[in-house]
Design a protein around this ligand. Structure first.
Ligand SMILES: [Zn+2]
Ligand SMILES: [Zn+2]
Length: 283
C-alpha cells in the first residue's frame, strides 16, 4: 500500500478540516509519512489561500503536531506555492518562506494577468476557465495550453521544486473534450516536450489521486497516457491526495498503485527521517 501523502490542505486555506484532523485521518489510513501543504498566500486578493498573517501560526502548529505525533507518523511542513505564467516567477514572499519549509509543491492555478484583484483561474469552474481563455487568449485554447506547459517547464527548471503539483490541471473541466482533445498529437507533443524539460531536473511529479473526489470523472493527474511517457524519461514520482478533507486522505490510492505498477513504475519517493528516499511500490 502507498504510505505517504504530501498534498494535504486544511482550514488554513480552502480545506474543510483542521490540520490535526488531517493528521489523525492520515494515521487511520496507515500512512507513515505525511506532508501538510496549504496554499501559500497570493500577492492579490482571493478566498482560497492562506492569509499572510496566518503563516507563522501555520508553521508553529505543524511544529506542535510533529512533536505530538512523533511516535506514530512522520510529519513534514510544506506549502503549495503558485507560479505565475505572466510573471514567469513565484512571489517574493514565497521565496522568503521556502527555506523554512521541509519541502515545497509548485503548481499553476491562474490564467493570464496576475496583477490587480480580478484574476482568472484554471480550476475554479468551467465557466471561469472559459472566460479566462476568452479574455486572455481570444478563445484560443491551444495558445493557452502552450503557455501553460511552457510555464510548468520554466517553473521546474528555474525553481526545481521538490514536487510538481497536478501537471495537467487544465483538463479539470474538459469532460467529453469540451475544450480540447487530449488524444490529439499537438497536445501530446506539448506535454512530452514539457516532460523532456522536467526530466533534466530532480523534481518529482506528483501522482495526484484526489481529482475524482472534487470533480467526478476527471481521473487522476497526470492522465493515464502520460505515465508511460514519464517512465521512459526516468522521472521520479511522489503520491499526493490533494486532500481538502479527511475523506480525501488516501482517496483512490489502491487504483493509483495498481496502475503505476502495471505501467512499470517500481518505486515512489517518500520523506523518511527528513530525507527523500525511494520506496518500492506494492509493499
Ligand atoms: Zn493545486
Ligand atoms: Zn492542492
Amino acid at each position: 500500500m502507498l504510505l505517504a501523502n504530501y498534498h494535504v490542505h486544511s482550514d488554513y486555506c480552502d480545506g474543510t478540516n483542521k490540520l490535526e484532523e488531517m493528521v489523525i485521518a492520515g494515521v487511520a489510513a496507515g500512512l507513515t509519512s505525511m506532508g501538510l501543504s496549504s496554499h501559500f498566500p497570493l500577492p492579490f486578493s482571493n478566498d482560497w489561500t492562506m492569509k499572510v498573517e496566518n503563516v507563522k501560526n501555520y508553521l508553529d502548529e505543524i511544529k506542535r503536531l510533529k512533536k505530538k505525533y512523533t511516535a506514530i507518523i512522520e510529519l513534514y511542513c510544506g506549502m503549495e506555492i503558485d507560479y505565475f505564467i505572466d510573471r514567469q516567477d513565484i512571489s517574493d514572499l514565497a521565496k522568503k518562506i521556502i527555506p523554512q519549509l521541509d519541502y515545497n509543491i509548485m503548481s499553476i492555478h491562474t490564467i493570464g494577468k496576475t496583477f490587480g484583484d480580478d484574476v482568472s483561474y484554471i480550476d475554479e469552474s468551467q465557466s471561469g476557465f472559459a472566460l479566462g481563455i476568452e479574455k486572455y487568449y481570444h478563445g484560443n485554447i491551444q495558445t493557452f495550453i502552450k503557455d501553460y506547459y511552457e510555464g510548468i517547464k520554466n517553473m521546474v527548471i528555474t525553481f526545481e521544486p521538490d514536487i510538481l503539483g497536478h501537471i495537467d490541471l487544465i483538463k479539470k473541466y474538459n469532460h467529453d473534450h469540451y475544450f480540447f482533445n487530449e488524444n490529439e498529437r499537438w497536445y501530446q507533443k506539448i506535454v512530452t516536450d514539457c516532460l523532456d524539460g522536467i526530466a533534466k531536473t530532480k523534481t518529482k511529479i506528483e501522482i495526484n489521486t484526489g481529482a475524482n473526489l472534487r470533480c467526478p470523472g476527471v481521473g487522476r493527474y497526470p492522465s493515464d497516457w502520460i505515465i508511460p511517457e514519464m517512465i521512459k524519461r526516468h522521472i521520479p514520482i511522489t503520491i499526493g491526495g490533494d486532500s481538502h478533507s479527511i475523506a480525501g486522505i488516501a482517496y483512490e490510492y489502491k487504483e493509483a498503485e495498481t496502475y503505476l505498477k502495471k505501467c512499470g513504475y517500481q518505486e515512489y519517493w517518500m520523506i523518511k527521517k527528513g530525507r527523500w528516499e525511494v520506496q518500492p511500490l506494492g509493499v
